[in-house]
Design a protein around this ligand. Structure first.
Ligand code: EPU
Length: 447
């Protein structure tokens, strides 16, 4: 059992207001982008989360000076003295994240060499990097795989290319963007991911001097430029964290106002939230009067309704919204169906919910939607949730970031006292979650 444990006295509705800052899945990439410039960059609203620390450490060993700015959450990234790091130095920082793979293009441009250790990240299936390697080779990189990791060089420099992704992978699209902006010539990427975090990364790169066109039908065209400068950027808010708190409000029959949450990037989530019977109100901010906007989510009383949903790439229902929402679905009357089409093994956490009294069956078939690429293979990637179920307390071990948050919500919704082990993993992506829980009236404590 991990020794970091949170004791959760459940059964109390969460009530109150919290704030989300810059999206984890943009902030970390924008930090990597700073490596491409020849001037300092300034990033605002950076949350204090483990993934940011990982990138900060990796940038540090490569000579990028990262300092805190004047504003809370402001980082200044100075790439004036980029230098080669030793394998040992890189290993110290890279262990717990998948972000290091995105250093390939920028390091090849700046140093002509990159080393990428074995990747960490959440254990949600095999999570291969074949698209990344294929793309880098198309740009002219030479990839040498060794037992310790991958060494990359670019003997003839990197040049633009035409490349079609087999699946609109977020990371591989970012890899292509971060490599193509300084490559010689034009790159055309087909079947690209177009998540809001990617569009925001494109905004960052454009501020630095890149020329990037987003066409319809998932085609992105990048005209390589000889140099990039710095950027000043306030990132889009974290829509995964916002949805997680929304699900917590619903599962505990409470009410949470998520300051900073933005409707435009959460429309698909909001539709599902309303279909289940949750209510929300979007409040626009009034900057001139210092009033911050956000979304207030609440359980209106009565019973929730079952739904069928399918996770998908943007503009579909995000895979990272799935786990917290399933906890709320255990409280809905009827049979809900969740078809997970992004990751093949992202339903394992439902076993823990069953030990708490939920009734969730997982299937290999593509249920309730269109057949996906996991359908004819041996992956349990569809879930049927029968509700409503009375959840009771249990001892839980957190398996990964999003499943971890769903365990936490389940413990908060359940009657009795649960012990949630491995809870520090949640700090990878949720800033100050323990203080936020306390602010919302949750009864939680470290033993
Ligand atoms: N894939 C491959 N080969 C590759 C790359 C991806 O087969 O080379 C497959 C993956 O195995 C997966 C699918 O493509 O089945 C989608 O993966 P993707 O590359 O889009 O995911 P990612 O870039 O590794 C990011 C987020 C995830 C989020 C996904 C999907 C970051 C750091 N991570 O991962 O976020 O779930 O996109 O939106 O941006 C999280 O925040 O907890 C998290 C896991």
């Amino acid at each position: 059992m991990p020794d970091d444990v949170l004791v959760v006295h459940g059964g109390t509705p969460l009530h109150g207001q919290i704030r989300v800052r810059g999206a984890k899945n943009l902030v970390s990439k924008a930090m990597v982008a700073a490596l491409l410039g020849d001037e300092p960059s300034r990033l605002y609203d950076v949350p204090r989360i483990r993934d940011v620390e990982v990138v900060r450490g990796l940038l540090g060993v490569h000579g990028v000076k990262v300092t805190d700015g004047e504003e809370d959450g402001e980082l200044v990234l100075d790439p004036a003295n980029v230098e080669r790091a030793s394998t040992d130095e890189i290993n110290v920082h890279a262990g717990s994240s998948r972000i290091p793979i995105l250093f390939c293009g920028p390091l090849l441009h700046r140093l002509g060499h990159a080393f990428i250790p074995d990747l960490g990240g959440c254990h949600i299936g095999p999570r291969p990097i074949d698209f990344h390697i294929q793309a880098l080779r198309e740009f002219g990189a030479v990839v040498d795989k060794t037992p310790e990791g991958m060494h990359l060089t670019a003997p003839a420099g990197l040049h633009g290319t035409k490349f079609e992704l087999p699946y609109p992978s977020v990371g591989a699209t970012e890899q292509v963007l971060l490599t193509a902006v300084l490559a010689n010539g034009v790159t055309e990427l087909r079947n690209a991911a177009v998540e809001p975090e990617i569009i925001d990364l494109i905004c960052v790169l454009q501020k630095m001097g890149a020329i990037i066109t987003v066409h319809t039908d998932r085609v992105i065209e990048i005209e390589g430029v000889p140099r990039l400068g710095g950027y000043t950027h306030r990132p889009i808010p974290d829509r995964i964290e916002a949805a997680s708190w929304a699900a917590a409000a619903l599962a505990t029959r409470g009410e949470i106002e998520v300051l900073g949450a933005q409707q435009v990037d959460m429309m698909t989530f909001l539709n599902v939230f309303r279909s289940i019977g949750g209510e929300y109100r979007v409040t626009d901010g009034l900057p001139a009067r210092g009033v911050e906007g956000g979304i207030r989510f609440w359980h209106p009383g009565g019973e929730l309704r079952a739904v069928a949903l399918e996770t998908d790439v943007h503009p579909g229902f995000m895979t990272d919204w799935q786990q917290p929402l399933v906890v709320a679905l255990t409280q809905a009357r009827g049979l809900s169906i969740v078809h997970e089409t992004v990751y093949e093994q992202r339903l394992g956490y439902t076993e823990a919910l069953n030990t708490m009294g939920a009734t969730i069956q997982v299937y290999r078939d593509c249920l309730g939607g269109t057949p996906c690429r996991f359908g004819r293979r041996n992956f349990k990637h569809s879930a049927v949730i029968a509700g409503p179920s009375k959840l009771h307390a249990a001892d839980l071990v957190i398996p990964d970031l999003r499943a971890g948050f769903s365990h936490l919500i389940a413990a908060l919704a359940a009657e009795g006292t649960s012990r949630v082990y491995g809870v520090d993993l949640i700090n990878r992506g949720y800033e100050d979650f323990e203080s936020k829980l306390s602010a919302l009236g949750a009864h939680v404590e470290r033993p």
